[in-house]
Design a protein. Structure first.
Length: 339
């Protein structure tokens, strides 16, 4: 995969004002401009309902939003999410500077949030670590965003990485944290949307990257790890899947049953979604481990379109009935939360 050159909009050249608070509509607003730190603005948040506005530029740093920063809004200053870019480059296997080991998958994230009620709008969040630049590292997961916390909402956000781009997870094994991703662009290759959150993806564009490998599949879009007690896992509704790879090089999903939660029962519903030719229509699902075959998981489809949605082997394309589909909607998944 080539290094991306389209991450930034405007860069540099603006006066550094720091994370300056300003009153707007009764809410505290902190502005971040090139030369400032987004993390410094997060640290300056001192109450719920505050907003951080990120002005056009590239911010190469790691962002950590702790649980105590609830009801925070993080948004770009313009209508184009390409203008404000938060990016860093580290992977699961990247050694920590203090020699204490490697970062691990979750620790590789450019943005980590455990804050309930987080809203992110109009930004790019990227991890531009590349396998080709680090052949010595075998732990190649490189997360752009690691999100826990109930009522986390992302709108018009670009999430860029390769393996494990978005970790949509929960605060603990017993929590059913709800996430909403609307009109987002999410790019990657292996398991690039994964985790155990109750996550709704509406009108999102998923794009699979081309990998310089001889094997197939090159990767999978989803790898849910839903808790068995949770009736709802991942729901993709009204989305589209495109690919930079050759036809049929990608799977829709494979189930992730973590070693620390072997009772997981992954759940994924893809409905009303356009599946491009990059998806293997004959066998769109595969196993992560033989002990947990995808056929035993909660994988279903409903009224999808496109060449990747063609039903040529019916047993490989489990479909919802019209009655079942009524239980797999945004409202059903989000419950009393109406973002």
């Amino acid at each position: 995969m080539r290094r991306r050159t389209l991450l930034a909009g405007a860069v540099g050249g603006l006066t550094t004002l720091g994370a300056t608070p300003a009153a707007a509509h009764g809410r505290r607003v902190l502005h971040v401009r090139p030369g400032d730190s987004v993390q410094a603005a997060v640290d300056a948040v001192d109450g719920p309902g505050q907003t951080i506005v990120v002005h056009p530029g590239t911010y190469r740093e790691v962002i950590d939003i702790p649980a105590g920063k609830g009801e925070l809004t993080l948004r770009g200053a313009t209508r184009d999410p390409r203008d404000a870019v938060i990016v860093f480059d580290r992977a699961n296997g990247t050694p920590k500077p203090d020699g204490s080991g490697t970062y691990g998958t979750a620790g590789s994230a450019t943005l980590t949030s455990a804050a309930p009620g987080l809203t992110v709008r109009g930004l790019t969040i990227a991890n531009d670590w590349l396998r080709a630049d680090h052949p010595e590292i075998t732990g190649t997961q490189a997360v752009a965003a690691y999100v826990t916390g109930d009522r986390s909402s992302f709108a018009r956000v670009r999430l860029l990485a390769h393996q494990d781009t978005l970790l949509a997870d929960t605060t603990d094994l017993a929590a059913f944290d709800r996430h909403l991703y609307s009109d987002c662009y999410i790019e990657g290759d292996v398991d690039f949307v994964f985790g155990r959150a109750t996550a709704v993806f509406e009108r999102c564009h998923f794009h699979t990257l081309d990998r310089d490998v001889a094997f197939r599949p090159e990767g999978m879009v989803f790898a849910p790890s839903t808790a068995r007690a949770n009736p709802h896992g991942f729901l993709a509704a009204g989305c589209r899947v495109t690919s930079g790879a050759e036809d049929a090089a990608y799977k829709i999903a494979r189930p992730w049953v973590p070693s620390y939660e072997t009772t997981a029962w992954p759940s994924l519903v893809v409905r009303g979604t356009e599946l491009g030719p990059g998806i293997d229509a004959v066998a769109p699902y595969t196993d992560m481990r033989a002990a947990y075959p995808w056929q035993s998981m909660r994988f279903r489809e409903y009224r999808n379109t496109g060449p990747g949605a063609a039903i040529t082997v019916p047993e490989n394309r489990p479909q919802l009935t019209d009655t079942e589909a009524e239980r797999h909607t945004r409202a059903a998944y989000l419950g009393d939360w109406c973002p």
